[in-house]
Write a protein that binds this ligand. Structure first.
Ligand code: FAD
Length: 456
């Protein structure tokens, strides 16, 4: 275990490894354990501290300032818990430390033709992604990433190390699938590996003149029969640096089928400015999307979801485009992105549950659409204006689509949103019971500063 003090090279490396500038804060010190026993020791020590002084991080990808880092306390940097080990006679489970990055997991699994339901961008961390849900290339078929976890090793507030799974602490197991940092620190995830050979995917880019055709394509995609092999993130982008709107589809058909008909709505849209669709593997696809991510920027995300209805997409798009156009007059280099994608299917009736509000017989993957607004900018002085714009456009789109599908995906939610509240009253009561059982002194509410807090 290392204790890193300001100005040491380890401290600087840890801070600069946060993906967004928002989170490159200055804790009093960083504690960097390498195994669960060390995490337990630290938690026992920190348990006696006063209010809100500890931040917990895995990959450090949250754009929410103060969620995985702190300016006034200690940051627990879990990146050293990064072991990856195949288990079982057929490598059908992989154990992954919370501090590993998805690119490392894919590098282990691609050569043996197996995969996991992990992030679509190579550098994303494991811990935040899986405890918040997890949207993957494979989610249309296998659900959220957390639904593919068979066991979590967890350090509780009293320092005890337990395993949470379908038979041991099943209430904690369920709570951690969507409830993130309210119950314990997950130090290791055991994930089902799925047999997977190379598949069709990549990105197609279009100029702004294709936006109307793109919106029509997404509407047709939603109206067509559901195909669990088809995964798409449709993004509309304003690049301040180019002063231009454009769009991109990152899309995947997770079988070795070129020009899959389920995605034809999008591959038919013209004109196209770039097209990388080919047969390849998860490592290559996740590295490709990584290359398009803005680096060394401030960022703000927000989210909502709605029930698909004819004509609704262009109305959402217009609200976003108008807000972006007026923001760009004041923040010329802003990058503003609107993304549409599916919500994954819920776990079946006989599978372990997650904390999300979708019953086994419901069909959110067919009926609903998940929206992500993501804005990126360069100067701290611009933060207030960009953040008020993203808040107001989220509010006006929410008004437009109504509250019928209240679900807010935690890993995309802004700090001012309440994703856990969006799971509904009954689930929140159950989560509060779990928190009281495993954390009676409210360590994760009181001492840990960041994250979406459950109302216990
Ligand atoms: C470039 C980029 C690409 C992305 N791509 C995807 C994607 O394809 N699919 C998707 O669903 N999401 C995606 N996201 C969102 C991503 O899932 C979240 O930002 C997620 O929190 C990242 O995990 P992390 O380990 O880096 O989290 P961190 O930023 O380290 O932490 C986020 C929160 O989780 C808590 N936390 C972290 N580890 C643990 C743990 N072990 N136990 C308990 N609490 C913990 C932290 O305290 C913090 O509050 C992306 C984000 C970025 C920036």
């Amino acid at each position: 275990m290392e204790i890193l003090l300001p100005n040491s090279s380890g401290y600087k490396t840890s801070i600069s490894s946060y993906f967004f500038l928002n989170s490159r804060q200055s804790p009093k010190c960083i504690v960097a354990p390498t195994n669960a026993a060390e995490v337990s020791k630290i938690i026992k020590k920190l348990g006696v501290r006063e209010n809100n002084q500890v931040a917990i991080r895995s990959g450090g990808h949250t754009p929410n300032r103060g969620f995985a880092n702190t300016d006034s306390g200690v940051t627990l940097d879990l990146r050293g818990l990064n072991k990856i080990a195949l288990q079982g006679p057929n490598d059908d489970v992989v154990s992954v430390g919370t501090g590993a990055l998805w690119r490392e997991v894919y590098a282990t699994l691609d050569p043996i033709n197996r995969t996991v339901v992990g992030a679509r961008v190579a550098s994303v961390g494991v811990g935040g992604f899986l405890t918040g849900g997890g949207l993957s290339f494979f989610s249309p078929k296998y659900g959220f990433g957390c639904d593919n976890v068979v066991n979590m090793e967890v350090v509780l507030a009293n320092g005890a190390i337990v395993n949470a799974n379908a038979t041991s602490h099943p209430d904690l197991f369920r709570a951690l699938k969507g409830g993130q940092g309210n119950f314990g620190i997950v130090t290791r995830f055991d994930l089902v590996t799925h047999v997977q050979s190379e598949y069709w995917g990549g990105a197609i880019q279009y100029p702004g003149s294709a936006d109307a055709a793109q919106l029509a394509a997404f509407e047709s995609f939603k109206a067509a029969p559901y195909d669990g092999f088809a995964e798409i993130e449709q993004t509309f982008v304003y690049f301040g640096a180019l002063k231009a709107f454009s769009s991109t589809n990152n899309m995947f058909y997770t079988k070795s089928v070129v020009n899959a008909s389920a995605l034809k709505f999008f591959s038919d849209v013209q004109p196209q400015t770039a097209n990388t669709m080919r047969i390849s593997n998860t490592s290559a696809f996740a590295e490709e999307i990584e290359k398009f991510q803005p680096t060394d920027q401030f960022a703000s995300y927000s989210t909502l979801s709605f029930r698909m209805a004819p004509g609704i997409l262009p109305r959402i798009y217009k609200q976003w485009k108008d807000a972006t156009t007026s923001l760009s007059a004041k923040v010329p280099n802003v990058t503003s992105v609107l993304t549409f994608q599916d919500i994954p299917p819920p776990p079946s009736a006989n599978a372990p549950k997650n904390s999300f509000p979708f019953a086994p017989d419901s069909t959110p993957h067919k009926d609903n659409v998940l929206v992500l607004f993501s804005f990126y900018w360069s100067h701290k002085e611009e933060s207030a204006l960009v953040e008020s714009t993203i808040k107001s456009v989220t509010g006006s789109v929410q008004e437009l689509v109504g509250n019928k599908v209240g679900f807010k995906y935690l890993n995309y939610a802004a700090a001012w949103q309440d994703p856990i509240g969006s799971y509904g009253e009954e689930i929140n009561k159950a989560l509060a019971r779990v928190a009281r059982t495993y954390d009676p002194n409210r360590f994760f509410q009181r001492v840990v500063s960041g994250g979406f807090k459950l109302k216990v």
